[in-house]
Ligand binder design. Sequence first.
Ligand SMILES: C[S@@+](CC[C@H](N)C(=O)[O-])C[C@H]1O[C@@H](n2cnc3c(N)ncnc32)[C@H](O)[C@@H]1O
Length: 247
Amino acid sequence: MKISEEQIPLPPVGLVARVTGTEDLQWFRHSGGLSLNDWERSLGGIARNFDQFENIVDYGCGCGRVLRHLKPRLRPEQKLHAMDVDADAIGWVQQNIQGVETHVLSPMPPTTLSNASIDLVLNHSVFTHLTEDVQTLWLAEVARIVKPGGLAVLTFHGRNVWEGYRTHLIESGRVEEEAYINRRLDSYGFHYIGGRTTYEDVLPEYYGSSFQTIDYVEREWQRHFTIKAWYTKAALAHQDILVLERK
Ligand SMILES: C[S@@+](CC[C@H](N)C(=O)[O-])C[C@H]1O[C@@H](n2cnc3c(N)ncnc32)[C@H](O)[C@@H]1O
């Protein structure tokens, strides 16, 4: 029997806050539906849709904010993997969202999935939080598990998110920091801001905030993938979304 999103229980607010930054359960549910639409629109932009993929991964799914909307949209025979480094969040998904294969990840790759076993990797806001070295390793791992010709829909903090953050820095009087990061984005294209979060007990040391330009993404992410589409301000109307095809 197919389950609907409304039938899936809501996670404890502590887990919700780890993925949305707020304990607002209404936003958790509503924004999950919006993010599913973001993924669907991104695939639609290259004339693809969820029905065409058999083995699907939500990489960094947290407590299933988007997954709870995605699972009811898939046919029962489509296999959905839920992955995160947050063991509490994955434990909750395992207990509460039926028909999903769960994976608790180590902070560093690999996953336990076989080479070229996945048709589609979906993701909202994980490559927004990694250092450059860690991002490089996880991108290579995503590439390892995706079949040649398979797709990855991944988000990143592009210029748009940087513009918002730089305004905040300027308004807080942190003008030297703002100028430094801006120069670095212009010259190199990637900048990571460290700083532990409230969830430092459960999230890896490297979890901070990263910004990257499309020039950097074209240069570095295309080692394993071809960019099929790039949408600015597309993920919850602020992060950028890339649709990548495995080479
Ligand atoms: C901003 S939350 C987004 C969660 C979920 N994708 C969503 O949209 O609700 C970032 C997630 O990335 C997870 N994370 C951090 N480092 C990770 C890594 N290396 N691999 C997979 N997930 C990671 C965190 O535990 C957290 O659940």
